[in-house]
Design a protein around this ligand. Structure first.
Ligand SMILES: *Cc1c(COP(=O)(O)O)cnc(C)c1O
Length: 422
């Protein structure tokens, strides 16, 4: 059997297979660049593991309080080495990205303090956390105020607005690296560095936190290399490499990490407790694989952008611009095509390939939302996954792919199904 024949056995048409071949060929130079970044980051990870003398003993499990968990302590040292920070908190008890961000914010803000977002509205789930929308237990309920400065229409920073927004109450500045599911551009680490420099010139003692979700290992440097005091992310996204069953990380200045640990566990207990229940090995191995996994996801995103752009669909980012996260948006223009796309991603999955995704009334959305994912880890969006609200302009957001070959199969299957809608 040839590779074309195997693709056909998944139901793909000759036209789709040919399009795939054509664009893969065209993207060779771009893919090479991505591999170069992956190589750099792979070496960075291995170096950190060697420098911290990672050993078989660190894969042992702990229970109960989790005192003296050498694996956990070493994992946190490895994260600190990779991100070039004083300390790190990397825990399975951090349940998701939103939780990690909540811990970092609530741990470092006090009543009367103000939180500033100089890059517009943060990720949806943070609206309740901050209290932008009413929510029990929000920062607002604890007397922490919030201010926001939107990006300029061209995506640049509103430096004048930011300067005016910083006041004596401003304690912490939150910068979201990835656009998430908005239409603004994702910020490069370099751009984040410029923004941090500007802010620190106005108020040197302010704490700058970066929501690093979906950005890890996409570039050779991380926000902590350009002045961020805290970087926060999810282990079921990039740095978990697809292997970590649950967790989040916070890296940064020792003082702020201690605050986070006191908040996550209890004041006085901090980092000393937290059983790892046997997942240390996957935390290390996932981190080890993460640079190549991120490269595969990036290739998939660019591959999709190029093909769909060529076929006349608006895509963000476009097929040629630089990438700073792994999310791809494609505007499909009709409900049928959106449903077809998600059906294709689902059908190409290793798990639950027989399931047909449908729109459902997800809490917090005004329209039905359709989601496709056939994952090994529930909700893991470093695995190939797609979703979109079934409403104008019928845009699908997708990300991930643990291997390039799976990303390619998923995108070609989605493409094949979209082409069959007419
Ligand atoms: C995914 C994400 C979050 C939230 O992470 P969850 O694990 O879904 O809670 C926050 N910010 C950004 C930019 C994200 O991509």
């Amino acid at each position: 059997m040839t590779t074309s024949e195997i693709f056909k056995s998944f139901g793909l048409s000759d036209e789709t297979i040919a399009l795939g071949e054509k664009y893969e060929k065209k993207l060779e130079p771009r893919f090479k660049e991505i591999d170069k970044t992956a190589e750099f980051n792979q070496l960075k990870v291995i170096k950190a593991m060697q420098d911290n003398r990672l050993s078989d003993i660190h894969f042992a499990s702990s229970t109960g309080y989790g005192y003296n968990d050498l694996g956990r302590e070493t994992l946190e040292k490895v994260y600190a080495s990779i991100f070039h920070t004083e300390d790190a908190l990397v825990r399975p008890q951090i349940t998701c990205g939103t939780h990690a961000l909540t811990v970092a914010l609530a741990a470092n803000l006090r009543p009367g303090d103000e939180l500033l977002s100089p890059v517009g509205k943060p990720y949806d789930t943070l609206e309740g956390v901050i209290g932008i929308t009413e929510q029990k237990g929000s920062l607002k309920e604890y007397g922490i105020s919030y201010r926001q400065v939107d990006l300029n229409p061209d995506g640049s920073f509103d430096y004048e607005g930011i300067k005016n927004a910083i006041n004596e109450k401003t304690k912490l500045v939150t910068i979201q690296r990835s656009k998430g599911y908005q239409t603004r551009p994702t910020l490069s680490v370099e751009a984040i560095g410029e923004l941090i420099g500007f802010i620190k010139k106005i108020k040197p003692e302010v704490i700058v936190m970066v929501d690093n979700c979906y950005g890890e290992f996409v570039e050779k440097i991380e926000p902590s290399d350009v002045g961020a005091d805290l970087c926060v992310g999810s282990l079921i996204k990039n740095p978990g490499g697809g292997l970590v069953a649950s967790g989040g990380y916070i890296v940064g200045k020792a003082e702020y990490i201690e605050n986070c640990a006191f908040r996550l566990t209890a004041p006085g207990l901090g980092k000393e407790v937290g059983a790892t229940l046997g997942i240390n090995q996957s935390m290390f191995q996932g981190l080890f694989l993460a640079p190549t996994v991120v490269a595969c996801a990036l290739k998939g995103a660019i591959f999709a952008a190029r093909i769909f752009e060529e076929l006349g669909y608006p895509v963000i980012p476009n097929g040629t611009e630089p990438r700073f996260d792994i999310i791809q948006a494609v505007t499909l223009g009709s409900a049928e095509k959106l449903i077809a796309f998600c059906g294709g991603i689902q059908a190409a999955s290793p798990v639950d390939s027989f399931v047909v995704p449908e729109g459902w009334a997800m809490p917090g959305y005004n329209s039905d939302v359709i989601m496709a994912a056939g994952n090994f880890i529930q909700g893991s969006s470093i695995e190939l996954s797609a979703d979109g609200p079934i409403t104008e302009p019928y845009a699908v957001y997708f990300q991930g792919g643990l291997t390039w070959y799976h990303a390619k199969l998923g995108i070609l299957t989605a493409l094949d199904r979209v082409l069959k809608v007419q």
